[in-house]
Design a binder for this molecule. Structure first.
Ligand code: ATP
Ligand code: MG
Length: 445
C-alpha cells in the first residue's frame, strides 16, 4: 500500500476523551472513530487488524473441529421467551419493535438462535459431537461503555456452542475449546491465562475466563508464573474424535489446571499459597478476552432440543458456550504491546509487515529505488506500507512508529550514494545497514 493512496487519518494530539493508552493509540493511529457511546467506525487500518485477529481465531476454531455459520444480529423475541431470558436479561439488551409492532432485539449473545438451529435439524446422537460458531457483532447496552473497544456497546464476538449427548462428551468439547484458546492467544503474541470463573447457578468446575495480563485490566488476578511459560502455539494437540485424542486432551487439560489461577471473584488465598511456591506467585490485573463455560440443559430443555440417544430414549443435548472478544482483543493487544512512540504490533497481527520510508519523495533516484523495493516486497508475498508522502523525514518516522510497523526500511540520497538502505526494528529500535543489492535475500531470510 502506498500511503498517498491509503486512508490513514492519524492524529498528532492525544484525544482527551481516552483514558487508557490502547484507546488513545487506536484513535491516534487511525484505527477507529467513535460514532456514539461505545459504538465505533472501524477505519481501514483498524479493520485490517480486526481481520487478522478474526482469521487466527477462525483457523484455530476450525482446527479444533468447530464449524462456522453466521447468525443474525436481529433476533426475534419469541425465541428468548422460550428460554425464559427475554424478561431476565435486563437493561443490557437492546429491544426494538418492527413496523408490525413485533418485538425484536439486537443479539447480545446467541444461545437461543443456535439452539433453534440445532433442534430444527439434529435428531440423533450419531450427529454429535457438534460445535457451531460464528463471528458476529453483538450489542449490549453497557451502563458504562469505556476504554474504547474494550467495553463497547457494539462489539465483535466469536461465539461457539457445543452439543453433546452426555456430560462426558461435553467435558471433552470443553477441553477442545480450552486448548484451542491457549493456542489462539499465543499466536497473537499474548498469554491468555485460564482462570477459574464463577459458574453461576449451574455449578461445577467448567467455567474459565481467559485473561491477558495488563495493569489497566478490570479484574484483579492471582496466578502461578508457570502460565507465562509453556509454548502452546507449537504444541501438538490431537483434536480428533478418537480415544487417543480424547485421552491426550484430558491429560493436557488436567496438567494445565494443576496449578493455580483465579480472578479476585473466585480467589482463595489459602489454596493459592498451598499450591504455588512463593517465588512463582503473581498478583496483578488482567483483561478478560475470552470466557468458556458448560451449562448442560439450560437452553436445550426449555427449548426442546432433544435427540434420540443410543438407548433409543430421547435426551436433551448437553451444551457449552465459548466466547472471545474479537474487537476487545485489538485494545488488549495494544495494552500488552506498545511504547512511548506508539503501537508495537506482534508479527501475526500487523496489517503491514514492512514499512518503506522515502526520505526524499520527489527525488528521482529515491522514488525509483523505493518503487523497486516496494515491488520486490509485494512479489515476495509481503505486505509493505510505503510512505511516499511529501513530508519531512521526522514525520514519516513518527507515523511508522505510531502505527507499529514491526520492520522499517529507510531510503535516502546518502544511502543510495553508498549503496545501502537502513533497516530498523520497531520493538528494539535497533538499526543496521544492508547493501541495496542484498535486499531481496534479506527479505527472504
Ligand atoms: P464482562 O464481564 O467483561 O462484561 P461478559 O462475562 O459479559 O464480560 P461474555 O458474555 O462471556 O462476557 O462474552 C464473551 C467475551 O466477549 C468476553 O470474554 C469479552 O472478551 C467480550 N465482551 C463482553 N462484553 C464486551 C463489551 N462490552 N465490549 C467488548 N467486548 C466484550
Ligand atoms: Mg458483561
Amino acid at each position: 500500500m502506498r500511503l498517498t493512496r491509503y486512508f490513514l487519518p492519524v492524529l498528532k494530539e492525544t484525544p482527551k476523551e481516552a483514558q487508557i493508552v490502547s484507546h488513545q493509540l487506536m484513535l491516534r493511529a487511525g484505527l477507529i472513530k467513535q460514532q456514539s457511546a461505545g459504538v465505533y467506525v472501524w477505519l481501514p487500518f483498524g479493520l485490517k487488524v480486526l481481520k487478522k485477529i478474526e482469521n487466527i481465531i477462525r483457523e484455530e476454531q476450525n482446527n479444533a473441529g468447530a464449524i462456522e455459520l453466521l447468525m443474525p444480529t436481529m433476533q426475534g423475541a419469541d425465541l428468548w421467551r422460550e428460554s425464559g431470558r427475554y424478561d431476565d436479561y435486563g437493561l443490557e439488551m437492546l429491544r426494538i419493535k418492527d413496523r408490525h409492532e413485533r418485538d425484536l432485539l439486537f443479539g447480545p449473545t446467541a444461545e437461543e438462535v443456535v439452539t433453534d438451529v440445532f433442534r430444527t435439524y439434529v435428531r440423533s446422537y450419531k450427529d454429535l459431537p457438534l460445535n457451531l460458531y460464528n463471528i458476529q457483532w453483538k450489542f449490549r447496552d453497557e451502563i458504562r461503555p469505556r476504554f474504547g473497544v474494550m467495553r463497547g456497546r457494539e462489539f465483535l464476538m466469536k461465539d461457539a456452542y457445543s452439543f453433546d449427548i452426555d456430560e462426558n462428551g461435553a467435558r471433552d468439547s470443553y477441553r477442545k475449546m480450552f486448548l484451542a484458546y491457549l493456542r489462539t492467544f499465543q499466536r497473537m503474541g499474548l498469554r491468555g491465562v485460564p482462570m477459574r470463573a464463577d459458574t453461576g447457578p449451574i455449578g461445577g468446575d467448567l467455567s474459565h475466563e481467559f485473561i491477558i495480563l495488563a495493569p489497566t485490566g478490570e479484574s484483579g488476578v492471582f496466578y502461578d508464573a508457570i502460565y507465562e511459560e509453556r509454548d502452546w502455539a507449537n504444541a501438538e494437540i490431537d483434536f480428533s474424535n478418537t480415544d487417543t485424542g480424547r485421552k491426550q486432551r484430558e491429560e493436557l487439560f488436567n496438567e494445565v489446571l494443576q496449578s493455580y489461577a483465579a480472578t479476585d471473584e473466585m480467589h482463595d488465598d489459602a489454596e493459592f499459597k498451598a499450591k504455588v511456591p512463593e517465588e512463582r506467585r503473581r498478583e496483578g490485573r488482567g483483561i478478560e478476552v475470552g470466557h468458556i463455560f458448560f451449562f448442560g440443559e439450560k437452553y436445550s430443555k426449555p427449548m426442546g432440543a432433544k435427540i434420540m440417544g443410543p438407548e433409543g430414549k430421547e435426551i436433551n443435548a448437553q451444551m457449552g458456550s465459548y466466547g472471545i472478544g474479537v474487537s476487545r482483543l485489538v485494545g488488549a493487544i495494544i495494552e500488552a504491546s506498545h511504547d512511548e512512540n506508539g503501537i508495537v504490533w506482534p508479527k501475526e497481527i500487523t496489517p503491514f509487515d514492512l514499512g518503506i520510508i522515502n526520505l526524499k519523495s520527489g527525488d528521482a533516484e529515491c522514488d525509483a529505488l523505493c518503487d523497486k523495493l516496494y515491488d520486490i516486497a509485494l512479489k515476495a508475498g509481503r505486505e509493505p506500507l510505503y510512505d511516499d508522502r511529501n513530508e519531512r523525514a521526522g514525520a514519516k518516522f513518527a507515523t511508522m512508529d505510531l502505527i507499529g510497523v514491526p520492520t522499517q526500511i529507510t531510503i535516502g540520497p546518502r544511502g543510495i550514494q553508498n549503496g545501502v538502505i537502513e533497516i530498523k526494528d520497531r520493538k528494539t529500535q535497533e538499526k543496521k545497514e544492508i547493501p541495496i543489492t542484498e535486499f531481496e535475500t534479506w527479505l527472504k531470510a
